[in-house]
Design a protein around this ligand. Sequence first.
Ligand code: BG6
Length: 514
Amino acid sequence: MSFSRDISSPARARHAIPPSGSKPAPASTLVVFGAHGDLTKRLLMPALYNLAGSGLLDPDFRIIGIDRVPGSTAEWRDGLAATMQEFTRDRDAEFYTPSIDAKAWGWVADRLEYVQTDFSDLAQVRALGEKLPGSAVFYLAVPSRFFGSLVATLGQAGLLAEQDGRFRRVVIEKPFGSDLATARALNAQILSVLDERQIYRIDHFLGKETVQNILAMRFGNLIFEPLWRNEYIDHVEITAAETIGVEQRGAFYEPTGALRDMVPNHLFQLFAMVAMEPPASFSADTVRTAKEQLFESVRPVAPEDAVRGQYRAGTVDGKPVAAYRDSPGVAPDSVTETYVALKLHVDNWRWSGVPFYLRTGKSLGGRRTEVVVQFKKPPVAIFRGTATDALPPNRMILNIQPSQGLTIGMAAKHPGPAMDLAEVQVRFRYEDAFDLQPNVGYETLLYDCLSGDATLFQRADNIDAAWAAVDPVLQAWAKSSDSLEFYDAGATGPAGADALLARDGRSWYPLDGV
Ligand code: BG6
């Protein structure tokens, strides 16, 4: 991650991926394991296409696709080109763009090579070495059960050794482990073969502009930081509400559930951006150490501070939705949670006494990812006894998606002779200030990894501390399913989630709020 010095404010400059890198990443070969997978087609290729279009890839950059499926380079390239074209016809696609620029896609297509390989076969993996004389990044876009063994095989094949000035890096997707013990075991396994600085554990939330913007807002402006503490903040809510259900991912989701799928990774990254201490620089280790200090201050979540729910049949966006238990790949008596809410206590000087409430769920009534920072009420008596006394306190809402920007709710005088106050909203919308280009959020992450900047990636201790925080809940839930509640698809979640806040005299910011 780099911060450009371009302060020529709302100049509507056209940056595909503002404001990261301005020069091409050093030459290397990107070796994608899982070449035929969804991630490669839907996210990696559009990201590479965008990077190529922005001139951020070296002319000697190459992409080798690895999969077990027989096929030629031409077939792989044609299939990817067809998927790119599909994006132009699907406004709901993660990468919707009205047209594909032939030059930028041609640049990528010319550098593609498909090598059919069984990556559990040491001899076949070793043979790849002949195609990799220089620097290489191995991208493990494969199911998580293969992460450890694949890294071990790459090591045995001698492909991870850095020598003669070449670098060798490994990108590991989520889920990174399924609990504290498995995450620790996986870290131990890969760290026996790789150095920490060669490992890029990805969390795609960190590729979102709006997530990185939280740091820009907090540390690029003087006006927020003095208020950013328990003296002024009442509580913080972090929400990732989805309208989509489990769809065709039942086989993945059944053993995973909402907590493992979203909390120690995505929601903890949002939490870190909001709550970590100001790092002294944006260097990878400084930022990741600041996160670590925060995560270690989180009190392990008590099971009574966690709520889980599963959706029944209902209606979302006017369309009928089948119950989770009736989804493909899901057991009819499944107790997997599709919703989780929990309360975090942070035992440090800044946040002591300020609860952080996290919630995420599928098949909910609204789609929004946001952080709501609710301030305390002003300590003044002058409006007491008037209608204005009922005004809500200030709230700062960091809108991550689909709305992107920042909203501040504040009181203003209503026009007229009386001193009446009304709540008004001050808004910053990304699309108003900048000319946004279609992107999938992997652009910055890929560029940073190719350039050797691990700031936006997870270090082993960050992963460990996040799992440690939620481990008591996972253990309690594994023992008994008694606390599982049900909610109708299209609702805001189970009743217990409201009770979690009501217990503290609070309520969630509405899912249909601004
Ligand atoms: C993924 C989860 O990591 O993140 C999905 O596995 C979830 O279940 C997704 O839907 C949310 O990401 P985004 O970018 O769509 O908010």
